[in-house]
Ligand binder design. Structure first.
Ligand SMILES: CC(C)(COP(=O)(O)OP(=O)(O)OC[C@H]1O[C@@H](n2cnc3c(N)ncnc32)[C@H](O)[C@@H]1OP(=O)(O)O)[C@@H](O)C(=O)NCCC(=O)NCCS
Length: 160
């Protein structure tokens, strides 16, 4: 149940699926990476919106890895949930699997972490509710995301 103290990742999680059509494929008959990224960005944005109840923008996409090709006709299953929040930013993790439309066999194809920032009515970053990780997996994802955010900020300091 959402409350002032925060929300669990389950409350904002999104799972959906698409059928990979020829218009979303490259000349090899496998998914065009940009089509997959557009779906990732969309489902992750919905998670961020559901978590904070505000307008959000994508600030960055990190650790996007294409591990397995997705072929025309495959079902593309996207699972997204919030990992971590800062003041106004939220990290959302997305796992994309290709699923055999007939046998149901599922293989993880792509993973990514995205950062969204919540905006107020003046389009300025605004505070988001905390998250309440409950399961061991949610707690691990929270801690891993915290380390990624810390590492990104330290790197920015070093190279700027
Ligand atoms: C994202 C955006 C709102 C950040 O604005 P800003 O004035 O730099 O805001 P701040 O420096 O106050 O940072 C706000 C938060 O964003 C985070 N942030 C900013 N740039 C980031 C980046 N590249 N990656 C991850 N997080 C980022 C900050 O760490 C901060 O997090 P916190 O509040 O949890 O500590 C602004 O850069 C923007 O509007 N970008 C364009 C967004 C867009 O058009 N997206 C669609 C792209 S196709």
């Amino acid at each position: 149940m959402a409350n002032e103290k925060g929300k669990s990742p389950k409350e904002s999680a999104v799972e959906t699926r698409y059928l990979l059509m020829p218009s979303q494929a490259n000349p090899q008959g496998t998914a065009f990476g940009g089509a997959i990224v557009a779906w990732i960005d969309m489902v992750a944005a919905m998670v961020a919106q559901r978590h904070c109840g505000k307008e959000v923008v994508t600030a960055g996409i990190d650790s996007l890895v294409f591990m397995e090709p997705v072929r025309i006709g495959d079902h593309v299953v996207l699972k997204a949930s919030i990992n971590y929040v800062g003041q106004s930013s939220m990290e959302v993790g997305v796992q994309v699997s290709r699923e055999d439309p007939y046998g149901g066999n599922r293989v993880i194809a792509t993973t990514a972490h995205l950062t969204f920032v919540a905006l107020d009515e003046n389009k300025k970053p605004t505070v988001v509710p905390p998250i309440l990780p409950e399961t061991e997996q949610e707690k691990k994802r929270y801690e891993n995301a915290r380390l990624r955010v810390k590492a990104r900020k330290e790197l920015l300091k070093k190279i700027s």
